[in-house]
Design a protein around this ligand. Structure first.
Ligand SMILES: [Zn+2]
Length: 207
């Protein structure tokens, strides 16, 4: 996989309400940083070379036996293969149940008549370069997203993220991947302020 050297160990910035896509090799780590605090970042992953295999919320939550994935847990694919292991997590609360924010979501839940394309549209635009279409974007791993469900009724509440400025989560790739990553565009998810997200790829290490 041609991951160019200049990308290695150099922090990239995702501007507010936007997204990006890039390649990541097995063994490399991806660090996602909440630069200013209380900002969600949607993560999607596909097997490089066969992007029909993608991240699976259902498999990952089932195999981990918990709704709340953190350091030590693995994100699995639609074929049940390990894709990414969470190797470091300074926040400890993320969501893997709700779909990426989207134009239909902004119409339905916010009443916007000219809605933003949201994380879904941003992921679709960035992933198009890898031949991945808008109908091939399932539930993302919603980094730093704070979702609570009432245990009795199941009612969902989206709360401000627990992430503080500069806090990070680190993933190690278990296979060669195409990654999609956003700075989330939904007001409720980000305490009604749209901020940037930092990310960085580092080479494999011994620890
Ligand atoms: Zn979003």
């Amino acid at each position: 996989l041609p991951v160019t050297d200049h990308l290695l160990s150099q922090r990239q910035i995702i501007e507010p309400r936007s997204g990006t896509a890039f390649l990541m090799q097995a063994g490399q780590t991806l660090t996602v940083t909440d630069l200013e605090g209380e900002q969600v970042s949607d993560l999607m992953a596909y097997r490089a070379g066969d992007t029909r295999e993608h991240l699976s919320s259902g498999n990952s939550l089932d195999f981990a036996g918990t709704m709340f994935l953190t350091a030590g847990h693995t994100l699995y694919s639609s074929r049940g293969n390990p894709m990414l292991k969470i190797v470091h997590d300074e926040v400890g609360r993320h969501d893997f149940t709700l779909a990426p924010c989207s134009a239909p979501m902004f119409r339905l839940l916010y009443g916007h008549t000219e809605p933003h394309r949201g994380c879904h549209g941003n992921l679709a635009a960035a992933l198009a370069a890898y031949g991945i279409g808008p109908d091939e974007i399932p539930t993302a791993f919603n980094i730093f997203m704070h979702v609570a469900a009432d245990p009795a009724t199941g009612a969902i509440t989206v709360l401000p993220p627990l992430s503080l400025p500069g806090q990070t989560i680190v993933f190690r790739a278990s296979m060669d991947l195409v990654i999609g990553l956003t700075a989330c565009s939904a007001g409720q998810s980000n305490n009604f302020a749209f901020k940037p997200i930092g990310w960085q790829i580092d080479p494999p290490s011994d620890h």
